[in-house]
Design a protein around this ligand. Sequence first.
Ligand SMILES: [Zn+2]
Length: 402
Amino acid sequence: MGYDPNGATRNAPEGATRCRAVTSGPSVRSADRRCRPLEARALSTENVPRQFKRAVRPRRGQRCWRKPRALEPAWNMRAVPSRVPAFAIVRGPMTSATGLLSRRDFLAGAAALPLAAGGLGRAMATPLNAPFSVGAFRIMPILDGPFGLTPALIPDADSVEGEKLVERAGLPKLGPWPQPVNVFAINRGDRFYVVDAGAGATLGPDLGKAAERLAAVGVPPERVNALLMTHLHADHAGGLMKADGTALFPNAELVVQQMEVAFWSDDGAMSRMPTSMEPMFMIARKALEAYKGRVRTVNGSGEAVPGITFVPLPGHTPGHAGFLLADGKEQFLIFADTIHSALLQFPHPAWTVVFDVDASLAAATRRGILDRLVIDKIGVTGSHIPDRGRIIARQAGYVLVD
Ligand SMILES: [Zn+2]
């Protein structure tokens, strides 16, 4: 689906209904959000999807098109539903062989998390359910799908403190605890970048929604100029490829840390890892092969594309990195897999996930970048957290706040 800068506002999409913007009462924000995707006034003649424009809040009584529900891109799991009791997550069967929650259960559980993670009376962070700007950059978070963490994946969570946090969040003691896999579309001028590509067809049917959701918001694969890779784990690199293993993004260069490419390409490294990691190596290699001739490697904190630099965050993988967006005085960091569970790892940054290639380095890196963010006070989000905000120190850990 290509983006037509003019047509979409003249013609409502198939199945769309007229809606009246509600600008009073408690639902102002949701009305704003509901109408934003087809907000005509947010469009200019510039060849840029209107979703990337600053939202224009509908005036009282102003009419706008509302997309039919099924067509709405799920920018993030927090978008719906807004207030579901925490216990909702324990209902309903698992839907896939991967043991992931159904999307519905995931949404229900995730909606309950902010209360548990943030606590009463504390400033909560901003849900990743809408585009936002950093200077001239327009960033749109896209949910690739949910995955479930368990105590087996964060062994330190199998503890009195872990159980307390999980119980307070209303989550099942043994998991799965739902986490998002986020992809970020970034636009500046006529350039379109995508940070990570989601899981594609590699990790089961609950994941791999990024491509269709990107297309639904006006960023089809052929429009993407550069793929900015935080690292090459399957939930980030699987979506680079179609199901047949060929490149999904025909015009994009793949920008990744040199060390990351070296690690996944190294037979010696593969032989030193548990055999269960072999599929990860194969997926990373397939992705690099699919983009052969257009992989651009960067060392350390070099520039990925104009205004966006790598922030090396080694440990999770050797070339694991975040991306710092900077425009004028505005800065924002996408810190990738620094945190896999906001609930558990913000208060306990020493707790590691079993996916870490070097767990103690990953923990030290996490502590280091979170300390830096406390001082720098810049906005941040990540690949597996449902919000964006600033980091503050609290007790022995950290909290993400608005
Ligand atoms: Zn990840």
